[in-house]
Design a protein around this ligand. Structure first.
Ligand code: 6PG
Length: 475
């Protein structure tokens, strides 16, 4: 048999798999693709021929044994398949792979599933990586942000192959870095998505406040969002939102496409997983939670048509004075969204022993991914210190910055409340901020209630220990 030709095999030749294959090939990597259907495998080969920019070989295979024989050893196989198909693919491949071969899951798998697969495959002598990849179709083709974790030895082997295909941050750093042990790569990608939900919800609330509440035109909003790109708010999601605000309907109705889209947000579940993990680890992530709940509520489209006729309240805000405050409010809420995600990763490090370098997380999120934003440079600085705070809100420097901006957030939330525009994520941001600045919270009353009805005991401020009281019912 001739020597194997290919540096890496890709399983799953959908949009992500095919585009990432072409990306690797454009950096001189020889890529074999596998799809059980010959037409799909051949289409990959044909599509590759039409791509002029690639330097590496690209070929599709529909015979699994031939595909694996064509890979250099130890073999590297990257799975880019839907989360539900990963176990099936692993079962098929483990029969045919040799010890020390490397399997990489590049999809959006749950980190606990990744942990389980890693444990099982390492017992079989295989090396496994769970790697979050962000950036959608264009990221896959031109440079995504990649979050690999799992077997450190496997990472050393694949890093030189994958690094050239990653996005590059403005300071020249590649947006790929080791995220740590176990399911850390998918944990970090999950948190990325939780933050993605929060930022998308915040931007949709700005749109609702100014357009439905304040009567401002889409063109006006587009100019506002575009102007923010020259400020500390500069980010991918604001950029695409500005584009969306002026895109005409592609079905030639003469309307803006945005106006024709049903107000019902779908989700594949990674935002919910982030909230679930945060509840499990006891870390408050209320902006992310609010964003998940807002999507859930939007799903009740038919019911909202009814309740909109039943429930009364104000509708409308005065946008003039508010516009100047929105940038500060958004900056605060965005900062708090990232902070909540970082706090969660810090706790996962301590609980699961991931050893994720949080400065690297902030660094690789600066390019290629959906939540890329200039603001992440601040997080790189925060977490590059010798003793970084577990949450940036705990550091004097950032507390000072938030204290300067909090009145903008407060003004926006107040206007939304008075004008009847639901600002779920902005309100959650403000309550989160106000909770952290409250040396005393009303949890003393909750403890009293727990002890009253359930003898759950409480702590005292003036003595150590647990206390229980026979509470008196007042007639
Ligand atoms: C990315 C995205 C991507 C995600 C979509 C849809 O980083 O490229 O996070 O992985 O699948 O954004 O997610 P939802 O269906 O949950 O909105």
């Amino acid at each position: 048999m001739a020597n194997p030709n290919f540096d890496i095999g890709i399983v799953g030749l959908g949009v992500m798999g095919a585009n990432f294959g072409f990306n690797l090939a454009s950096h001189g990597i020889h890529v074999a693709g596998y799809h059980p259907h010959k037409e799909k495998a051949d289409a990959f080969t044909q599509h590759a021929k039409a791509e002029v920019s690639q330097k590496g070989l690209v070929q599709g295979f529909s015979d699994l044994k031939i595909f694996l024989n064509e890979l250099k050893k130890p073999r590297i196989v990257l799975m880019l398949v839907p989360a539900g198909a990963v176990d099936k693919v692993i079962e098929e491949f483990t029969q045919l792979l040799d010890k020390h071969d490397i399997l990489i899951d590049g999809g959006n798998s749950h980190y606990l599933h990744t942990q389980r697969r890693l444990d099982r495959l390492s017992d079989l002598g295989l090396r496994y990586l769970g790697m979050g990849i962000s950036g959608g179709e264009s990221g896959a083709r031109n440079g995504p942000s990649m979050m690999p974790g799992g077997d450190p030895d496997a990472w050393k082997h694949v890093a030189p192959l994958l690094e050239p295909a990653a996005a590059v941050a403005d300071d020249g750093t590649p947006c790929i870095a080791w995220m740590g042990r176990g399911g850390s790569g998918h944990f970090v990608k999950m948190v990325h998505n939780g933050i993605e939900y929060a930022l998308m919800q915040l931007l949709s609330e700005v749109y609702d406040l100014l357009h439905r509440g304040g009567g401002l035109s889409h063109a006006h909003l587009q100019r506002l969002f575009t102007s923010w790109q020259d400020s500390s708010l500069a980010s991918y999601l604001i950029d695409i939102t500005a584009d969306i605000l002026t895109q005409p309907d592609d079905q030639n109705t003469g309307h803006l496409l945005l106006d024709q889209i049903r107000d019902k947000a779908s989700q594949k579940g990674t935002g919910k997983w982030t909230s679930e993990a945060a509840f499990e680890l006891g870390i408050p992530t209320p902006v992310i939670d609010a964003a998940v709940s807002a999507r859930n509520l939007s799903d009740y489209y038919e019911e909202r048509q009814q309740t909109s006729k039943l429930l009364s309240g104000p509708l409308g805000i005065s946008p003039d004075t508010l516009q100047a405050r929105l940038a500060g409010a958004l900056e605060t809420a965005m900062f708090l969204s990232y902070s909540q995600g970082m706090h969660l990763i810090d706790k996962a490090n301590k609980t699961y022993g991931f050893n994720t370098p949080i400065a690297s997380v902030a660094s690789i999120w600066r390019g290629g991914c959906i939540i890329r934003a200039d603001m992440l440079n601040e997080f790189v600085d925060i977490y590059s210190h010798d003793t970084p705070p577990v949450n940036p809100i705990f550091s004097k420097e950032h507390a000072d910055k938030l204290s300067m901006l909090e009145s903008d957030l407060r003004a926006v939330v107040a206007q939304g409340a008075l004008g009847g525009i639901p600002l779920s994520a902005f309100s959650a941001s403000l309550a989160y901020y106000d909770s952290w600045r409250s040396a005393r919270l009303p949890a003393n009353l909750i403890q009293a209630q727990r002890d009253y009805f359930g003898s759950h005991t409480y702590e005292r401020l003036d003595q150590n220990g647990s206390f229980h009281t026979h509470w008196h019912h007042q007639d």
